[in-house]
Write a protein that binds this ligand. Structure first.
Ligand code: TRP
Length: 336
């Protein structure tokens, strides 16, 4: 039986953090055993709001590849490639843009939120939003369909983008005949994790993230400053772990000892400082295997180049196969 394809990926705008790990990386690592997996390093998409910082995007391509490999992506099983090196994606984006209205793009919840967050770029009411940024959901639909992506493991914030892809696929297939695979998204059970400060989202720009590559000192400092139950002031005060970011992270990385932690916090036999120290140790141990893998690849830059180049040439082959189908069904396959 033919394996189904997974297509997912990241924007190369910085190193990846625990939010990315629990939102998507963890799932893709598990699923790579059962599916043909394609991981896109979405540099074209990163440029839609970093068009003035091409150096930043360029530099982070490698970081994002390293974070994927560190998480356990096996380059023998999984194809990792660079978006801008696949011209078929740009080609599909142009054709799909006929199938999407501008008002539908403005109503996309992810786009709406992001325009609101990027006032420095797009104006306080979004009046200076670019055509490219507004249209990136169309380009993301091209990313997915160019590889017959059937399953898309992503964080919760990406759901509206996959919904929009599904709409484009249905419209395309209705007009031009059955051509494209309609994808389904998959979100992990911890698909959105909170920041160290208790913010609903862990984010690079929010300064509340633990990165997969943070060293021990950085992890310690960040965890020591995490928000705990504000009613627990003295060491032996009774606390409520449900109002505590330290317990929240214990739940992610301290599964062996959770009940004790919870009980001791509630009955006042556990101080926040020692609780934080325990979390620091568990967090370091949780990240250690990833950091060892990262180091292995960091020490072998030519191997990383090779992984990306091989991945990109395999991705090109697949995208061209899909593109042939598209050209034929759109009746623009003039000389074949
Ligand atoms: N939008 C995703 C993010 O910001 C990155 C991405 C680009 C993506 N193309 C994709 C994710 C296709 C899933 C499928 O993280």
């Amino acid at each position: 039986m033919n394996k189904k394809n997974i297509l997912t990926g990241d924007r190369p705008t910085g190193r990846l953090h625990l939010g990315h790990y629990f939102g998507s990386l963890k799932q893709r690592v598990m699923l790579q055993e059962e599916y043909n997996t394609y991981i896109i390093i979405a540099d074209v998409q990163a440029l839609t709001d970093n068009f003035e910082n091409p150096e930043k995007v360029r530099k982070n391509i490698r970081e994002v590849v390293l974070d994927n490999l560190a998480s356990g992506i096996d380059p023998k099983k999984t194809i990792i490639f660079v978006q801008s090196m696949i011209p078929q994606i740009a080609e599909l984006t142009v054709f799909y843009s006929n199938l999407v209205t501008v008002s539908r793009l403005y109503r996309n919840p992810t786009i709406k939120t992001e325009i609101g967050q990027k006032q420095h770029l797009f104006g306080s009411g979004g009046e200076s939003v670019t055509y490219g940024f507004l249209g990136y959901p169309v380009s993301q639909a091209a990313d997915i369909t160019a590889f017959d992506g059937a399953l898309i493991p992503v964080g919760e914030d990406q759901i509206p983008l996959i919904e929009q892809t599904k709409e484009i696929v249905r419209k395309f297939n209705r007009i031009y005949g059955d051509t494209l695979v309609e994808p389904e998204y998959m979100v992990g059970s911890n698909s959105r994790i909170k920041g160290l400060d208790g913010n609903e989202k862990m984010g690079k720009s929010l300064g509340n993230a633990i990165y997969l590559s943070d060293d021990e000192e950085t992890i310690s400092k960040k965890i020591m400053s995490a928000i705990t139950d504000t009613n627990k002031i003295k060491k032996d005060d009774k606390g409520n772990p449900d109002n505590c970011m330290v317990y929240y992270y214990h739940k992610l990385v301290s599964s062996n000892n959770l009940e004790t932690i919870n009980k001791e916090c509630r009955n006042g036999s556990r101080g926040c400082v020692s609780c934080k120290k325990e979390l620091i140790e568990n967090m370091i141990n949780f990240l250690k295997p990833m950091q060892e893998r990262r180091k292995y690849y960091e020490d072998r830059p030519e191997l990383v180049d090779e992984i990306l180049q091989n991945g990109t040439s395999k991705a090109l082959e697949k995208a061209e196969e899909v593109m042939k189908r598209v050209r034929k069904n759109m009746k623009i396959d003039y000389f074949s």
